[in-house]
Ligand binder design. Structure first.
Ligand code: ZN
Length: 120
């Protein structure tokens, strides 16, 4: 019974999914793109890359929509982080402006106080 179910599973997989092969007829290797346009994106490439004459086989491992969904998620996190930093920076700026105004008021007050008392 268990061998029958495993046969079914193997047949099911082989009928629905063809094995990915490069132009050498070998199973390709999963690599990670280091290009500026697609950094960190996974792709399948020839097993002989940098070993011997590789073929020009190339296929993205993640469908475009999946890859861009992941990238979009990363960008949304970056945007949220930047928004948070902008809010913190804005508060620091407001605080520094208020402190500067208090400082100037104090300077003017002290200047008026001492200049008025030293009218002798
Ligand atoms: Zn190949």
């Amino acid at each position: 019974m268990s061998s029958g179910s495993s046969m079914y599973t193997r047949n099911n997989v082989s009928s629905t999914r063809r094995p990915l092969l490069c132009f050498h007829g070998r199973k390709p290797v999963l690599r990670i793109s280091l290009t500026k346009d697609n950094p960190g994106r996974r792709f399948w490439g020839c097993v002989y890359y940098n070993v011997q004459q590789e073929c020009s086989f190339f296929r993205w491992a993640d469908p475009d929509s999946e890859y861009f969904a992941i990238e979009l998620g990363k960008m949304k996190k970056v945007i949220e982080t930047l928004k948070l930093r902008a809010v913190v920076a804005e508060r620091h700026l407001t605080l520094s402006v208020v402190l500067e105004m208090i400082g100037w008021i104090l300077v003017i007050f002290l200047w008026l106080h001492f200049s008025g008392s030293c009218s002798c």
